[in-house]
Design a protein around this ligand. Structure first.
Ligand code: ACO
Length: 712
């Protein structure tokens, strides 16, 4: 049946009118809290309590049935027990309600998936969408709508929060107040049976109020779509993601919590990076990043200076910069020119710039000004260790003034202050004023690092070009190999079939063919090109080497003739009754850097690819990184750079650099195959020998599996 068009999310975030089904006069009930929050929050539209008793609740007329409400109802909050929810949804459909927010718990999160599906299916097929179930509701500053049963007071601002966990989400509302974070929207998605984070991202990215989006996620359901939407969204606004389930135990807990599978965390982590989303380690870090990104300018470049009165704390900050990928300005001549005015002889103008323990607020002031006016410096980290000589009464003023002038010049800055009670008091006061000053150096640098990740994401992806796509010729040849495999009721390709398919895709594999006599052997060897290897072909000879049936590294026609005769002689002598079909002539594989490429059709994220150090080491080292297709060259390069063994490709101990372009090409081609051949579920190329620059790469072995509907 054709689905009616999906209503615009504005009906949810900016409804003209809202019904609360299950509104109650009883203060202990959730339906009461929601109604009270809506009224107290100053919602601009009409509010309709619905309760079978009718009468008046919190000063508003209550309707026994939503059908009796005189005007239109754009959205409804549904807070009745689980067994009454479906009827409430049916009533909403009759009233042409566009969005239902089902607060009620007791659906897929406790295994009642069929019930949940039935409700959502019914709603969707009648043009209504569902938020939830199992949610605390929604706050939308644009409509002054607080339809949650959380805290009553939420300060409007520019950070939007999407949360899969209800309890954590409610706690986050409290935290926004403590942290002085203004919020544009808070949405609880609970079981996300219908409206999910991707729908919400699309709306919030387009909404002018929202400047930054923070998502707390436990599991991903429609990952392929999420990737596409994130790719686009992160070009427009920073998106901070906190995802539980990093650990194996956490992943299991998250799966049972929301009824969705967390999937491999490594895959998730890599794909988020690919999308340009910023993944925070903890809620605390996520909040710090949101606050920093929401209120500070994006830098004009990568050069950062650390200004400190303590050597030790300066070193800690430099360590933190490495961890969070903040680049330190290292033009020492320039640094000396800029900072000698503020640095005593026994200090250091190298980065970290150490104005020493005798620095006063005036010294800091001149160092900060030097950084501010130097066009080569794009951002700063100001560090302070409490000392007896520093005029502590000026500390707060110094930090606030510096921060304001950096803001004005659109240069990001963070501060870390370390000391006793006086310093702590200053820190608290600065936090209230929204100045990014932290007790811990790592916290300070982590926020600046998040800003730089966002900056790089914008810069790198501005000129993003899709990877060269291959022409479609060959696709039908690949399809006919696959059809043949399916006809034979197999879900894997035989070695020769995989070889043929890879060759059609343009992936170089060792050439080989079987010669039935000496003449054929010499002709084939010439065609394949020397050096070649030869192996006896006989199903009766299992241990070919032991039988003297193998010859390696044959350089010319003469050697091929000798080897052919020797193989025949040895094989007949060692296995007298063997039926010999011929001799396989194959290209001799040269040594190269062994890389593994694995592609699979992931159930959550669609076609994804893995690259890593191959051969026998892959299982042990697990030095791999992941991305989702389609991929452009720069992103494939980023992926390759992420593996620890990247240095091997650059050439170590005088070795020549490897042909990274050929590796990129191979990944693109593997992607082409898995994207276009929908029946293929897995491709593994291991090893791919990557040779010196300009000499290409060769797939020594390829395994290809097909989707088996009954298994997957
Ligand atoms: N239409 C309108 N109102 C109705 C209907 C109906 N068809 N049927 C019953 N009601 C009224 C009830 O009469 C009652 O009003 P009253 O107090 O005037 O009698 C009101 O709706 C509520 O019904 P109750 O049976 O009293 O249900 P109760 O409020 O105890 O529980 C609730 C309902 C809150 C939805 C509960 O079932 C539930 O799911 N609680 C969990 C909610 C939750 O935690 N969600 C996840 C949030 S995220 C997190 O983890 C924090």
């Amino acid at each position: 049946m054709k689905q009616p068009p999906s209503p615009d999310l504005r009906y949810l975030f900016e409804p003209r009118s809202l019904a609360v089904i299950g509104a109650s006069a009883d203060e202990r009930k959730i339906g009461h809290s929601i109604l009270k929050n809506i009224i107290d929050g100053g919602f601009k539209g009409e509010i309709y309590p619905v309760n079978p008793r009718g009468g008046s609740i919190l000063g508003l007329q209550a309707y026994p049935d939503i059908g009796e409400i005189p005007g239109v109802v754009d959205a409804a909050s549904i807070a009745v027990p689980a067994d009454l929810v479906f009827d409430a949804v049916k009533d909403c459909v009759r009233k042409d309600v566009k969005f239902g927010m089902i607060i009620t718990s007791g659906f897929s999160e406790i295994g009642k998936t069929a019930e949940e599906r039935e409700i959502v299916g019914y709603a969707n097929s009648n043009g209504m969408r569902i938020l939830g179930p199992n949610i605390f509701g929604l706050y939308s500053s644009v409509a002054s709508l607080n339809a949650t049963f959380g805290p009553g007071r939420i300060s409007p601002g520019n950070v939007a929060i999407i949360t899969q966990s209800g309890a954590l989400g409610l706690a986050m509302i409290g935290k926004t107040a403590v942290e002085n974070i203004g919020v544009s929207a808070i949405v609880s998605i609970g079981n996300k049976a219908d409206v999910d984070e991707s729908d919400l991202l699309q709306y919030l990215v387009a909404q002018t109020r929202t400047q930054i989006i923070m998502m707390y996620m436990e599991g991903v359901k429609k990952g392929e779509r999420l990737i596409k939407i994130l790719m686009d969204s992160t070009k427009k606004k920073p998106i901070v993601i906190i995802k539980s389930g990093r650990s194996e135990r956490g992943a299991i807990a998250a799966a049972s919590h929301t009824g969705s599978l967390a999937g491999s965390d490594k895959v998730f982590d890599n794909l988020m990076r690919q999308c340009g989303a910023l993944r925070a380690e903890s809620i605390e870090e996520g909040f710090n990043w949101c606050k920093y990104l929401a209120n500070n300018p994006v830098p004009g470049g990568e050069e950062t200076v650390i200004i400190t009165n303590g050597g030790g704390i300066g070193v800690l900050a430099a360590d933190a910069c490495e961890k969070y990928s903040v680049k330190l300005f290292d033009d020492n001549m320039r640094l000396r020119e800029t900072f000698s005015i503020a640095t005593p002889d026994f200090g250091s103008t190298r980065n970290p710039v150490d104005i020493t323990g005798q620095a006063t607020s005036r010294d800091y002031d001149s160092a900060f000004n030097a950084a501010l006016y130097d066009p080569h410096i794009n951002s700063a980290i100001g560090l302070y260790c409490e000392t007896a000589v520093f005029d502590a009464a000026n500390l707060e003023h110094l930090v606030v003034e510096t921060y304001e002038s950096f803001l004005e010049s659109r240069k990001p800055i963070v501060f870390s202050l370390f000391g006793g009670e006086g310093t702590e008091v200053t820190l608290r006061s600065l936090a209230k004023q929204g100045v990014p000053a932290y007790g811990d150096v790592y916290e300070a640098v982590s926020s600046l690092g998040a800003m730089y990740s966002y900056y790089r994401n914008i810069i790198e992806r501005a000129g993003e070009m899709p990877a060269d796509s291959m022409d479609m010729k060959g696709l039908s040849d690949m399809q006919s190999i696959i059809s043949n495999v399916l006809k034979n009721d197999r879900n894997f390709l035989l070695a020769q079939e995989a070889h043929d398919l890879m060759s059609i895709a343009g992936i170089r594999m060792p050439q080989s063919a079987t010669a039935r006599n000496l003449d054929e052997a010499t002709v084939l060897a010439e065609r394949i090109g020397y050096p070649v290897v030869m192996k006896v072909v006989s199903r009766d000879i299992i241990h070919k080497s032991d039988a003297g049936g193998v010859a390696l590294d044959l350089e010319n026609r003469g050697e091929v003739i000798d080897a052919y005769q020797a193989i025949m002689r040895n094989s007949r002598a060692n296995v007298p009754n063997a039926v010999i079909e011929g001799v396989e002539i194959a290209e001799m594989i040269k040594e190269g850097t062994e890389i593994i490429i694995g592609a699979r059709r992931d159930r959550t994220f669609g076609p994804i690819v893995m690259v890593g150090l191959g051969g026998i080491y892959v299982e042990v080292l697990k030095d791999v990184s992941f991305r989702a297709f389609p991929l452009e060259r720069q992103e494939i390069m980023n992926m390759i750079k992420e593996i620890r063994s990247y240095a091997l490709l650059l050439g170590v101990r005088g070795e020549e650099p490897r042909d990274i372009d050929a590796l990129i090409e191979t990944i693109i081609k593997v992607g082409y195959v898995i994207i276009n051949c929908r029946e293929i579920s897995d491709i593994e190329v291991n090893p791919l020998m990557v040779y010196e620059q300009g000499r290409g790469a060769m797939a020594v072995d390829a395994r290809i599996l097909l989707e088996k509907s009954e298994v997957r």
